[in-house]
Design a protein around this ligand. Structure first.
Ligand SMILES: [Ca+2]
Length: 242
């Protein structure tokens, strides 16, 4: 009996140690984000603005935001951001990222004619920013774009993507090569080299808007910021994660 009890306890402990999951708003166990090194913040938006990586860097909203169905149809599992809504994460050294960076999210953007609609922004004229250009003639299409560095360097490439549907977007940049890559649904959509390096700012991190408006409109889920440029394989893992 003693051995059976020990085995049971051991099994329970092993289960607790090996099971990297969390409980969602509906009480259903959910697996955690892929364990890829360099993850600084990660927002699941399952009814709250909590950073899932640590006890720091939770977001706050400038007004009460709506939670909507995520891409799987789970209720209240993604954030809806209207124009003039935004999530603010207070400035912190963890968010002063240099050397390399990855910005990633699932988005369901609405049509936009804005010159810029920021999804993730750390003062685009000083540090880093990733979002959408709305100046494409087709009203149902927006273009992924990014800003890097202290000069507000704007991406030379605009990557078209559809509106009204969920897409996984990511941008990676590394100082040593100046190489920037846009990913759409897990695959490299465009890459280019920029004569800039990442820089820091005292401005807060924002999701769904930039420090001077430039508001995104639509749904957002699974926002992640890494302090290094992920590889194509790793971006594929983010895309494959449910
Ligand atoms: Ca979610």
């Amino acid at each position: 009996m003693r051995c059976l009890a020990c085995a049971g306890v051991t099994l329970l402990l092993l289960t607790l140690v090996s099971c990297s999951s969390s409980t969602g708003p509906d009480g259903i166990e959910e697996s955690t984000y892929p364990e890829i090194s360099g993850l600084v913040v990660y927002y699941e938006f399952d009814g709250d603005l909590e950073n899932e990586v640590s006890d720091s860097h939770d977001g706050t909203a400038n007004r009460e935001l709506a939670y909507v169905a995520d891409r799987h149809g789970s209720a209240s599992a993604a954030l809806y951001v209207n124009t003039s809504d935004e999530v603010v994460v207070p400035d912190h050294p963890d968010l002063d990222i240099t050397g390399g960076i990855t910005l990633a999210a699932w988005v369901r953007p609405e049509a936009s004619d804005r010159a810029y609609a920021a999804v993730i922004d750390k003062k685009y004229s000083e540090a880093y920013s990733f979002g959408m250009y709305g100046g494409i003639a087709d009203p149902d299409t927006v273009g992924l774009t990014s800003y890097i560095g202290s000069g507000g360097d704007w991406s030379p490439d605009i990557v078209p993507m559809g509106t009204g549907t969920w897409s996984h977007i990511a941008y990676t940049f590394e100082d040593s090569t100046g190489k920037g890559r846009f990913y759409l649904n897990g695959s490299v959509a465009d890459s280019s080299t920029r004569a800039v390096t990442l820089a820091v700012t005292d401005e807060d991190l924002r999701i769904g808007g930039a420090y001077l408006s430039d508001d995104y409109k639509g749904s957002i889920d699974q926002v992640a910021v890494f302090n290094r440029a992920l590889t194509p394989v790793e971006i594929g893992q983010l895309f494959a994660f449910n």
